[in-house]
Design a protein around this ligand. Structure first.
Ligand SMILES: [Zn+2]
Length: 242
């Protein structure tokens, strides 16, 4: 049986206290993330710590989760990882069970379904950061960013509020697509975070008038709309190519 994310968050608080006794541990959000392998990430944004633990490690025993917390926080502080933690965690994930699970996961998802935010041409994390800085004063919490598995051309971007994910069509990760187009689509999806859907009589409204007004604040709004209109056929052709 695995440990709840709330309990795991407590391990991270304790780990922060281990490395920095004089400071209150920051607020911590722990989630499981469908990484293909056994990877985990930790990062700080606006004073909040975000920990993502590979889905396949969901049911690690408490001792291993606690060890992993020490490892990730040590990395964050660029400190030496306590040997005991390294050994404990290492022993837990090197069991056949986890290795088999990781391999099976890779086979199931290929490397395509869960893609990284770093595309062949554009890095969505970088684009998100610069759009966030320019238009939102850095206030938008970073969702999971990913290129779509297939080159969709009708839907160029998608925001999933439940899973806190923004997916951008892979058809835009191309040297023939200007950067401001990718920025524009990311900007649009970020507006969905900034303006959550309004519910009126049980119906959800995503593109409200205020949403549309703010969308026009994009520096190259007209140009971007024109480019998309002009190139949608080309994107379609590219998508149909194998
Ligand atoms: Zn939209």
């Amino acid at each position: 049986m695995g440990v709840t994310t709330e309990t795991i968050a407590k391990y991270y608080s304790q780990a922060f206290e281990t490395f920095d006794k004089h400071r209150e541990p920051p607020p911590i959000e722990v989630s499981f993330y469908p990484y293909v392998g056994i990877n985990h990430t930790i990062r700080i944004r606006n004073g909040q710590v975000f920990v993502r633990i590979a889905e396949i490690c969901r049911d690690l025993p408490a001792s291993a989760q606690r060890a992993l917390a020490l490892i990730l926080v040590a990395k964050l502080y660029r400190r030496r990882v306590p040997t005991a933690a390294k050994e404990l965690y290492g022993a837990a994930v090197s069991t056949d069970e986890y290795r088999i699970r990781a391999v099976r996961n890779k086979r199931k998802h290929g490397r395509k379904v869960i893609s990284s935010p770093k595309g062949a041409v554009y890095d969505l994390e970088k684009i998100f950061d610069s759009v966030n800085y320019s238009y939102f004063g850095g206030s938008i919490p970073k969702p999971t960013l990913s290129w779509s598995a297939r080159k969709t051309y009708r839907i160029l971007g998608h925001h999933d509020a439940t899973h806190k994910t923004i997916v951008i069509s892979k058809s835009l990760d191309s040297p023939t697509v200007p950067k401001f187009i990718v920025e524009y689509i990311v900007f649009h999806e970020m507006l969905h975070i900034y303006h959550p859907a309004k519910i009126v009589n049980g119906r959800r409204y995503h593109h409200t008038p205020i949403f549309r007004r703010n969308e026009r604040k994009f520096a190259h709004y007209e140009e971007a709309e024109r480019w998309i209109e002009k190139n949608v056929r080309k994107l379609k052709r590219e998508a149909k190519k194998k």
